[in-house]
Design a protein around this ligand. Structure first.
Ligand code: ZN
Length: 199
């Protein structure tokens, strides 16, 4: 056992995705060796993150202001909503320059075995927005993998039941199965967005 402050930080770090105990130990000893300045910078960055970031009341993206800059931008098309799994996907779609609508961030996707978890995603907020008659199209822009496909299938069913007149689309094929939106190149993603398919 290391001294308690080290153990505490290791425990906190291992809660992060892809960080096992070994990696956490490496981070902690790196910080100890690098000195107080680096630790102070990290502490400040974490404090600012916790104190200034919030959830946009409209799209549920993380932002320092609510509504976020995209939702507050009146020059965007607020009748078209792209549903994405994570905040990073908003950035990926923005980088394409091919999209002028707004977003909805689900904060995750579900496995075929955990359909009951659908409620833990920001689905109720999405349905509220879909209920609004000003909403004309919902683009389901989740990753083309098992979880993304499962989530899209359920959302499609819910949206169609709620508003049969609503246009529900998906990104065009061309994104390889199993690929991650976050890492798709701008041209491929932009083209998938422009050639989206009506469901
Ligand atoms: Zn927003």
């Amino acid at each position: 056992m290391y001294p308690k402050p080290i153990e505490n930080l290791i425990r906190s770090l291992t809660r992060l995705p892809s960080v096992g105990r070994r990696t956490a130990e490496r981070y902690v000893f790196h910080l100890l060796k690098s000195g107080k300045k680096e630790v102070a910078e990290l502490t400040l960055a974490l404090k600012q993150l916790a104190e200034t970031m919030k959830s946009c009341a409209v799209c549920r993206d993380f932002s320092d202001v609510s509504p976020c800059r995209v939702c507050a931008d009146r020059s965007r098309d607020h009748a078209t909503i792209a549903v994405v799994a994570e905040s990073q996907d908003v950035q990926a779609l923005e980088r394409t320059g091919a999209y002028a609508g707004v977003y909805h961030v689900l904060r995750g996707v579900i496995d075929p075995e955990e359909i009951e978890r659908l409620d833990q995603l920001k689905v109720a907020d999405l349905l509220d927005r879909a209920r609004d008659q000003n909403t004309r199209e919902i683009i389901l822009a989740l990753n083309p993998d098992i979880k993304g496909e499962t989530t899209m299938m359920y959302l499609e069913a819910e949206l169609k039941e709620l508003r049969p007149d609503l246009t529900v689309t998906r990104l065009a094929r061309g994104l390889p199965m199993g690929s991650d939106l976050e890492y798709a190149d701008e041209i491929t993603l932009g083209s998938a967005l422009r050639h989206r398919l009506k469901q």
